[in-house]
Structures are given as structure tokens and as C-alpha cells.
Unconditional design. Sequence first.
Length: 326
Amino acid sequence: MEKQTMNLTRFLIEEQRKYPHASGVFTELFSEIALAAKIISREVNKAGLVDILGYTGSKNVTGDEVKKLDLFANNTMKHILCRGGNVIGLASEEEEEAVQCERGKYLVVFDPLDGSSNIDVNVSIGTIFGIYNKMDDFVDEKQFMRPGRELVAAGYIIYGSSTMFVYSTGNGVHGFTLDPSVGEFILSHKDIKIPKKGKIFSINTGNYKKWDEKLKNYIDFITTPDKKTQRPYSLRYIGSLVADFHRNLLYGGIFLYPKDMAHPNGKLRLLYEAQPLAFIVEQAGGYASDGYTPILDKVPHDIHERTPLFIGSIENVKELEQFLQK
Ligand code: AHG
Ligand code: MN
Ligand code: MN
């Protein structure tokens, strides 16, 4: 029997039928994000052709060309969302302040291009987004100072060997793979659940000397051979949060970006990196914390606030918390 191909729009409409309160606006908003994703995907994939086709004649995509892609991705998301009439305001890693749009029911937070320093070595990068109900038609930073538990949806797009759109509206996590020949995101991973425990850990061990003792004890513990508890774990670190997160979501494991002497509050941003991924991982049966507090319970004090981030299989993150809270 021919496998039924379900595309993102059809899936959203069917989801929306199940939840009468969900208006079609949500489906429209997701379609706008999907359009932005396709445009960014095309541009990011072209970046790989820069040195082959000599678009700019440069050897590699230089730092400012990478910066240009960050800004291209940001402008694409901003213009499509702000113009669509569904988004009253947005907050972006590439925008110093909150951005006021004309009208709409929702607020959107996003990291337009995550892992962008990896573009010129053809490593997967991504876009991360979260959606809130608006509180007011006038949008300033205060509208974003709320716990991630208030997110109504979150998702990410990963631009890798294929372009995937992974999201949750609070009813499970679903993944769609872009078929570039028809420009449609096709359902490929329905109802993703992260393994309760995994054997992968992702951390930049180059910072080992800067970590506090309790974190070192945890890393020493998981790398000490012990057959019974399936140790040592395997280290997998791509350096693109979206790529490391996506692999661990499917295979199980823990991603760690702790605070260290160089980053007293960690490096990753609470509002548009940690919270959306924490929403997704909890919907998939996983967990995310800063070592002490669930990420989804934290309230940012400013749009670009940083946080330590430990995210992935619930048993792995809880085990890490025990070491930090000893
Ligand atoms: P961005 O490109 O949006 O600034 O994010 C980069 C982040 C994240 O993608 C990744 O996990 C982390 O930087 C890697 O940091 P280190 O190079 O310090 O390990
Ligand atoms: Mn990022
Ligand atoms: Mn970014």
C-alpha cells in the first residue's frame, strides 16, 4: 500500500482539527516559518558553492560572509513574520531590541542561524524558534520576560545532509524532511521520543580547565569504564547546538554547555536557544536544566541573557544535576 505522504501544512491542519481552540492562524504562522526556512536553506546551501562557483572568488566563506548569512537569515525571518499579520513582535539574536510589527496574535523568538561559524566547513547549522501568545499590542522587551512554560510552540530547522523541520505545539514532537524537488516538508519522524537514558555526551572539552570541580567529577565519572552502567559514554560534539541537540534527541544522550571562568552565565541564550529546545525536549520525554532549575521555569531578565544548559535524556540530565548539587 502506497505510504501516505503527509506534508507540514496538511499535518498542521489535521492537528488543528483535533484541537478546536486552535485557530487557522497558527497554521498560517507555521507556513510562514516554513517558507523562511526554505529560503534560508537555499542560501545556506549556496554558501557551500561560493568557492566552487567563485561567486565572490573568496577561498572560504569569510567571517563577514558568515555574518552576512546570519543577517540574511535574520532579515528573512523578520520580514516574512512581521509582514504576515500574525506576529505582533519578535526577539532575535541578531536584533539588539525587541522588534514591533503591525498586528498579530503571537510573539516569536528566534536564533536565525545557529552554529554559523561552521558554514564554510559544510557542517550542519540551524534556526531555532519559539512562539508565545502576545500580552499586549505594544511590544517591548518586557513581553519576553516570561518562563518557557508559556511557550505555545517551538521548533528548529536543521540545514544538514537534508533540511529538517522539527516542532511541537504541545502535542508531541514531529519531524519533517524537505523534498527540494517539490519544495515541501514531508512528515518523516512522527511523535519523536528521546530515549530515557543515552550513552552520548556533548561538551567542548577544550574548556576542561575552566570548569568547576563538580562538573569535572561528573565528566570523570561518565568517562570511567564500568560495563554495568555502560560507561564510558561516547563524546560527540559538532559545535552546532541544533545539530548536537538533534542527534541526541534521536539517539539519546546529554548536551552540556556549562558556565566557566570565561562565561560566568554560560554561553547559550535562554530566550531563543535554551527555552525553545527545552520545550521540545520535554515534549519528547526529556529534560533541560541549568544544573539547578528547569530551563522552562527560568524567567529571562533581558532578551540576550545567557544560561548554563544541560539538555537531553532525562536520566542523564538528572544524574548531572546530582553531581552539581552535591
Ligand atoms: P550561534 O552560531 O547562534 O552564535 O551559536 C553558536 C553556539 C552553538 O551553536 C554551539 O553549541 C556553541 O556556540 C559552540 O560554542 P563553542 O565553540 O564555545 O563550543
Ligand atoms: Mn545559536
Ligand atoms: Mn545565531
